[in-house]
Design a protein. Structure first.
Length: 327
């Protein structure tokens, strides 16, 4: 295979890979999980794939594309390492930016929240909380996922794997109070950063709670694994978001709900924290100090591990393309 043919073949293969990955990121199941668990948007994830494909193409132009099946196989694992490392760096940057926002906004008393970006910590209050959809119990915010075993049949080795098939989240407005007065939070579109998780494995015809009502379970599979995280009244949480005035609609968000506005008006809170197109909206189940440590740790680990993995992958990948490794 000559160089031109190898380049054309690579471009064709890279286009197929790119379409496949971007198609996966377009599904709610994948991009909701990506945002919730890592803080990385699907746009950034798609950009990582593009950067990796461009990098490999550039190495083929500067050096030489592998011309044998063994050469292609030798390039696969280091290429994966570089991609994983780039994703780790993205996770580190995303969590680092959130940490910076928490640090800059300090800790505003809930009774003194004014319209605009803010970070607050307080105790959840809700007189009539609904129950979480899967496993019951009073809750004001929840997120869930359903994994299916052997959904698409066994693989070539006959192994039966679990795959994430459905995801979702929900919640109701609640009051947050640190003793200085309440502020209303609408968690419907928040990134829930909750550490505890309840998991149950069940037969497809035996879903827990309201699972059949909130999730489309007609998806195949021998067994289902139901996962749920939730926040209940009485818990202490830290919220990073944007407060808007319910009277003047200053900092108005399209995600705001009438229920949140009514709750704020009825209780004299005056402002509602909800989603904004320009600012992150995070509800964490830790104190302000604990939340900052959580994001600082993720940023540090993502950056260090990501950079190291990229360096290792490149050191392994460059010789495959006959490109000298910098000393």
């Amino acid at each position: 295979m000559n160089g031109s043919a190898a380049l054309v073949g690579y471009i064709a293969a890279a286009s197929i890979v790119l379409l496949f990955v971007l198609g996966g990121l377009a599904t709610p199941t994948d991009h909701d999980w990506l945002r919730s668990r890592t803080g990385v948007s699907r746009g950034v994830a798609g950009g990582i794939v593009v950067v990796l494909l461009v990098l490999v193409g550039a190495l083929g132009v500067v050096g030489r594309f592998p011309r044998t099946e063994a050469g292609l196989e030798a390039a696969f694992l280091p290429g994966v390492l570089v991609g994983v490392g780039l994703f780790g760096l993205a996770v580190g940057v995303a969590n680092g930016r959130t940490w910076v926002r928490f640090r800059r906004r300090g800790d505003t008393p809930t009774g003194e929240v004014a319209p605009g970006p803010v970070a607050v910590t307080g105790r959840i209050e809700r007189a009539d909380p609904p129950t979480a959809p899967f496993f019951g119990g009073p809750a004001v915010a929840w997120e869930w996922s359903v994994e299916a075993k052997n959904r698409h049949g066994t693989n070539d080795e006959g192994r039966r794997a679990w795959s994430r098939a459905r995801t979702g989240q929900g919640g109701v407005p609640f009051r947050l109070d640190d003793g200085s007065g309440p502020v209303v939070v609408d968690p419907t579109a928040a990134r829930l950063d909750v550490s505890g998780k309840t998991t149950e494995e069940r037969a497809p015809d035996d879903p827990p709670g309201r699972a059949a009502a909130v999730a489309d379970l007609d998806m195949g599979g021998e067994r289902f694994r139901f996962n749920e995280r939730s926040l209940a009244p009485g818990e202490t949480v830290t919220v990073l978001g944007v407060a808007r005035d319910v009277e003047t609609n200053e900092y108005r968000s399209d995600a705001g709900t009438g229920a949140a506005d009514r709750l704020a008006s009825d209780r004299g809170a005056g402002v509602v924290l909800d989603a904004s197109a320009d600012e992150p909206f995070v509800v964490s189940d830790r104190s302000r100090a604990g939340t900052r440590r959580r994001y600082a740790t993720r940023a540090w680990l993502g950056g260090v591990v990501g950079a190291g993995t990229v360096a290792l992958g490149l050191r392994w990948l460059l010789p495959v393309f006959e490109v000298p490794v910098p000393v």
